[in-house]
Design a protein around this ligand. Sequence first.
Ligand SMILES: Nc1nc2c(ncn2[C@@H]2O[C@H](COP(=O)(O)OP(=O)(O)O)[C@@H](O)[C@H]2O)c(=O)[nH]1
Ligand SMILES: [Mg+2]
Length: 230
Amino acid sequence: MASTKLVKFIGRDVLSENAKLAERLRRLYDEAGVKVYEFLGGPGSGKTSVIERLVERMLRDFKPDEIAYIGGDIATTLDTERIAKYGVRHVQINTGGTCHLEVPHVEAAIKALGGPEALRSLSIMIIENVGNLICPFNFPLGAHLRVMVADVTEGEDKFIKHPLSTRVSDVIVINKIDLAKYIGVDLDKMISDARSLNPRAPIILVSARTGEGIEELYQTLLRLAPPARR
Ligand SMILES: Nc1nc2c(ncn2[C@@H]2O[C@H](COP(=O)(O)OP(=O)(O)O)[C@@H](O)[C@H]2O)c(=O)[nH]1
Ligand SMILES: [Mg+2]
């Protein structure tokens, strides 16, 4: 009994401690004048693919060294290698098994990018969290926008099965809409579930494969959290 209570207490403490640290990170971003977009979602939902298309689009408006990418993963540098080819600043964080990023991971990544001073030359910093539809949503990283990426192959009940994750997101992306017709998913149901759980977040249908919806997503990010142009 006692140990069960103790575990619960530690869990709450870690969360509130992280939330406080996240506020500090937000102040750091704001002092540096960089806007931070965090992408969260299950493994394989297309986070990296959506970010690739977005970075391509951002490079029409921003210089490569005004954009940074932090890739969070349990192992490998594969995602960061995909983003690195666009010439933007990048760093991979391997958590070594933890299913989400925490503030110290991001602080270490910022250090690797050149420290808080280096943030001042950035307009946009993108964080890709570890592929997981639960834990990362409980650990804010101070981002201006938290973008949830779900995809049509995950099952049309994805949002109602993950109500907390859906509620805390600022933008909801439904990716892989090019596949919707093959698997017969009820897109209207996905949209209305997401809408009823989170009436404030824009819901954007996207295909990272065809590029559909990427412009709308990009304009939504710019509208909700406009980056300074250097
Ligand atoms: N058909 C299709 N495949 C996609 C789309 N987006 C991503 N994928 C594929 O889904 C797989 C996982 O994508 P990835 O971006 O690595 O997902 P992540 O784990 O969320 O970062 C890869 O094989 C991608 O090519 C899409 O819009 N349509
Ligand atoms: Mg990825």
